[in-house]
Design a binder for this molecule. Structure first.
Ligand code: ARG
Length: 477
């Protein structure tokens, strides 16, 4: 171990008991206890929410007569100064004060004396942290929803621009039927739409205020929980104090929604990696979202896409990590829940970065229309159109038509040509009733424009869908 603190840490105690809760203690914690116990290194990220919660709590205590107007004013002023100090990087966080709540409260008491010490009336760090964390997650949800909508808008713009550009559609990663590039991009808009709705759902259930649940049982003081809930933008106070201080399902819902969303982004990222490879050669990525190789001068690597593809590992890990922390915890608060924050901070950052990088890549990418058009027609991709023609024009049962088409495909394969390159006579050796009009369905364009069923890839459908999304997303701002 290279940390001198750790050398003699198992027995040694710092001299002083914690000033915030050390009344019944004569000695301070062992050094390693201080280290494992402290959360300030990461929960300082909650400082805005902590101050916001304290301001609401102080206003409520004043209204119900537990603080005088002067005391509330002093608290308000003191917290304002602390916020300015933290913002300016002047605030020194102390590990001995464990967490953000005690760091701020202790500084407040240093600044304003008695009034600062009265702030903790009718609350505990247990309801305080549950409140702060809900506020933090709520903001994170709002930020991610906004970013996701922005990515959807970007995809919809590109979908409109390329609503009639053919590309091969794949199943099993084998060329299956032609689709349009716009249709492909809009598929991700639909996925992201559901991601947004999962986040909105999470937000609804999260939006109840734990403040006033106190340590676990509520309080004997005549507090007004409706007032604090309203001041903090919650829909209502939570209904059960034990539940309110101990559950973190809102964070888990958030992480599970992010895991699913990260899965969607990772699929799109993987497609970008494939499309940008020399073998596919479907798109060019911009300089802004690729890197070069230090040894191979010709290389352009899709690092941003690869990293977005990878972030799901971290995000899902964060989800499973917190789920495992919560499993089997008895009511009510337990220190285990202090482990709730880092996974949520980590996953939020990973998602925020992924969305921003994905938007940049999509905005900048240039499809190679000629190349995609060529491959859209390769691999007998209009064979289904031929089978459909046999059903429609010759009234054959689909299974029979499928069989005949299979024979025509193997004939073309043997002749090393496309279906459309077979002569009518050659086709008639397989099915004598085939006539000239069959050729009208064998082109990529004919195939595309025939797919007008709801949700189909016909360019006119794709254009309408892209326009729908553009007006929907830009009207919401
Ligand atoms: N830092 C703690 C946490 O994040 C705050 C709550 C501590 N409560 C307590 N009774 N020790 O969970």
């Amino acid at each position: 171990m290279n940390n001198s603190k750790s050398d003699n840490n198992t027995q040694s105690t710092s001299q002083m008991a914690n000033p915030q809760w050390g009344g019944r203690f004569s000695g301070g914690p062992a050094a390693i206890m201080g280290e494992i116990n402290a959360s300030i290194a990461f929960d300082k990220q909650l400082w805005r929410q902590d101050i916001q919660g304290s301001l609401a709590h102080a206003a409520m205590l004043c209204k119900v007569g537990l603080l005088t107007k002067e005391e509330e004013n002093d608290i308000r002023k003191g917290l304002g100064e602390i916020a300015a100090d933290i913002e300016a990087g002047r605030f020194e966080f102390s590990e001995a004060l464990e967490d953000i709540h005690m760091n701020i409260e202790s500084r407040l008491s240093d600044k304003i004396g008695e009034a600062g010490k009265r702030l903790h009336t009718a609350r505990s760090r247990n309801d305080q942290v549950a409140t702060d964390f809900r506020l933090w997650v709520r903001e994170a949800i709002d930020g991610i929803i906004e970013q996701t909508k922005s990515l959807m808008l970007c995809l919809a713009r590109q979908a409109l621009a390329y609503h009639n550009v053919p590309m091969p559609g794949f199943t099993h990663l084998q060329v299956a039927q032609p689709v349009t590039f716009g249709h492909h991009l809009l598929a991700y808009v639909e996925m992201l739409k559901r991601d947004v709705s999962r986040l909105e759902d999470t937000r609804k259930r999260l939006n109840e205020c734990p403040l006033g649940s106190a340590a676990l049982a509520g309080t004997s003081f005549p507090i007004d929980r409706h007032m604090t809930a309203e001041l903090l933008g919650f829909d209502r106070p939570t209904a059960n104090s034990l539940d309110a201080v101990s559950d973190r399902d809102f964070a888990l819902e958030f992480l599970s929604a992010l895991s699913i969303q990260a899965m969607h982004l990772s699929r799109l990222a993987e497609e970008i990696v494939q499309w940008a490879s020399a073998a596919f050669n479907f798109i060019s990525l911009s300089d802004g979202f690729t890197t070069g190789s230090s040894i191979m001068p010709q290389k352009r690597n899709p690092d941003a896409a690869e990293l977005v593809r990878a972030k799901i590992g971290r995000i899902t890990g964060d989800f499973i990590g917190l789920l495992t922390v919560m499993k089997g915890l008895p009511l009510a608060y337990a220190k285990d829940t202090q482990e709730d924050k880092e996974p949520v901070f980590d996953a939020t950052r990973a998602m925020t970065l992924s969305l921003a990088a994905m938007e940049g890549m999509i905005r900048d990418l240039k499809p190679h229309e000629q190349r995609m058009r060529e491959l859209a027609g390769a691999g007998f991709s209009t064979a289904t159109d031929l089978a459909d023609w046999l059903v429609r024009e010759l009234r054959l049962p689909f299974r029979t038509a499928h069989h005949i088409t299979g024979k025509l495909v193997s004939l073309a394969e043997a002749k090393n040509c496309d279906l459309a390159d077979l002569s009518l006579e050659e086709m008639q050796t397989v099915e004598p009733h085939i006539n000239e009009t069959v050729f009208s369905v064998l082109t990529v364009e004919a195939s595309l424009s025939s797919r007008t069923s709801v949700g189909g890839t016909a360019p006119q459908n794709v254009k309408a869908q892209a326009e729908h999304w553009l007006s929907h997303l830009s009207s919401k701002g």
